[in-house]
Every structure is written in C-alpha cells, then in structure tokens.
Design a protein around this ligand. Sequence first.
Ligand code: ATP
Ligand code: MG
Length: 340
Amino acid sequence: MIDVIGLSKEYIDGETSVKALDNINLHIDSGEIFGIIGLSGAGKSTLLRCINRLERPTSGKVLIDGVDITKLEGSSLRKMRSKVGMIFQHFNLLMNSTVYENIAFPLKISGTPKHDMDKTVTGLLEVVELTDKKDAYPSQLSGGQKQRVGIARALANNPGILLCDEATSALDPATTESILNLLHDINKKFGITIVVVTHEMAVIKQLCDRVAVIENSVIVEQGRVIDLFSNPQTQTSRNFLKDMIAKLPQNILLEDDNPNEEVLRISFIGNDARKPFITNMIKQFDITANIIAGNIETIQSTQVGSLIIKISGGKDNIISSVNFLKKNNVRVEVLRNGNI
Ligand SMILES: Nc1ncnc2c1ncn2[C@@H]1O[C@H](COP(=O)(O)OP(=O)(O)OP(=O)(O)O)[C@@H](O)[C@H]1O
Ligand SMILES: [Mg+2]
C-alpha cells in the first residue's frame, strides 16, 4: 500500500527553481496496477523517484505500508529501496555483464549467498522466459528481451512494489503488448503492486486498474480506468483519449439551426452496450437514427463505447430522445460547429 500525502518537489538550481510536483495526493492499494499518465515534463518520473526515495521531496509524505519513507536514513533506507523495484525506458543494463550477471547484480549487493543467488536467478530467467539467453550480453538482445532482463533484475530482491517508468516507450507495439502481458502475469503471480508511468493511453487501457492524470506538476483527475474512458472530467484526459473517442468525419456538415436534426456523440459502458437502446429510442419516439462513426473498446472485460449518431424527426421527439438516452445512463453530447 502506497500513500502519497501532500507531496511537493521543487528543484532549485542557483537563482532558478522548478516546481516538479505540487501537493500530490494518491492512495495505491496493495496488489493493484496503478497508472500515472501525463505529457513530457509533467512530473511523472519525479513522482516515481520520490516513491523509492531516489529523490527527497521538498514537503509532504510517502507512506509505504504505513511507514513514512521520507524520514528514512542509512540502512533502513537501503532496506526499503531493495523492496521497491524499478524498470526504465532505456533498460539501464550493465552492458559488459551477461544476462545472468545483470539479474544477479542486486543480489550480490545485498550479500546473497551464491547458492541462493543461483536459485533466484534461475527462477527469474524462467519467469521472463530468457533461460536460453543467460550467458548473452545485452548487445545481443532485442529491446523486448532487454526489458525482460530489466524486469527480472527489478524482481531479484522480491520487492512488494514495482515502479515502471515509460517501460515500453522504446518498444514496437507487438513487443509492448508482450511486456505488458508479462507485467500483468507478474502482478497476478506474485501479488506485487505495480505503478506504471506512461504518456500512452493504450498502456493504461491494457494494464491498469486505476489511473491518475498529471499535468504541470498537479494531479488533475484520478479514478477507475473505465470511468476515465467513459466519462473523462478534464480536457487533458480527453486529449489523451482522443484516438479512442468517435470523431465526426470531415465530410459530414452540421446544421446547427435545423430543429429537426441533431448530431450526438453518445458514450456508454458495461451492460448498457448490450441494451438495444438505440432501437428502443427509434421505436418510442418516431425518429430515424443514423450511425456516423463509432468506437467500442473492451477494458477489463467491460465494453466502453463511443458513437456519433444523427437523429432526425420532430423537434419534440428529438428532445425526448436525448432525455431517453440520458435516462438509460448514456452520456450525450450534442455536437455543434465549434464544439466537436
Ligand atoms: N534533477 C532535476 N533538476 C532540475 N529540474 C528537474 C530535475 N528533474 C526534473 N526536473 C524538472 O522537473 C519537471 C518534471 O520533470 P520529470 O522528469 O518528472 O517529468 P516527466 O513527466 O517524467 O517527463 P518525461 O515524460 O519527459 O519523462 C520538468 O520541468 C523537469 O525539467
Ligand atoms: Mg520521465
């Protein structure tokens, strides 16, 4: 369990100062996969580095299982750090060491006896499916294989928390998917808490239970991934989701002043996706509905849909139709020129 309470971090360099984090509050449950999404410079890496105390916050607290780690020093700090693994965008492997030696490195540092070290490394090589590469050097590996070594190394001290800083940003989509699947399996197998920092909504969608959106050092929105997808509260979140929200094709022109026609963007989640609400609306209100664009995603086995429909009919029936959709838990945006 991780609690971040009123966390701020200011970098001071001579006369200039940069506020990288401003009053961050987060609660991350044990065993959950939590995402942090934000643009470059938002403060994501700084936040992760405060969680493992590579960085000392300017103010606020980070509690790990109730212990305030901002106060730790010396051997208790080292012990805490060994229980928080981290993986990086560019893998940060020792290039002159073999795969085996890279994974064994943290165990060597912590003075693990050779026999135990062998056993742990052999087990981890199996987990990340690199047993046959044990004597290879990083330069002989693909990006995905290098990240697997990074993951195995991060797990060597059997940590309770794994921090991932843009761990798939240097990888192609297929390799990204295999690494995300591996992280998911590790979470299930070892019950490890995973914090994922990314600028890609696809990563959040595939892996995370909950998410925080960070912008200019501040968390602007946080909650269940499914809620973010179905009902984003901030423009920042909408920007991250823009590839997944149905868009009006350029050849469709809106007629803002036609009372007998409306173009709607409707969003719905879960069981609502199986309810024939569009059919029911057409039957009940004597209108026609034309689907113009659509996107339906499956997020953690729940469907999240975004459709653009044009409804035509009498003015009152159009108003009743919009109300009917809202009553059926469908989010409705009436599209107007200048508001698409
Ligand atoms: N060691 C440092 N000294 C001074 N300023 C820093 C330092 N590290 C980060 N910053 C500044 O703090 C802000 C947040 O940086 P951070 O690296 O946390 O962002 P980020 O969200 O991880 O970005 P990216 O997606 O590019 O990795 C930026 O303005 C950055 O320039
Ligand atoms: Mg970063």
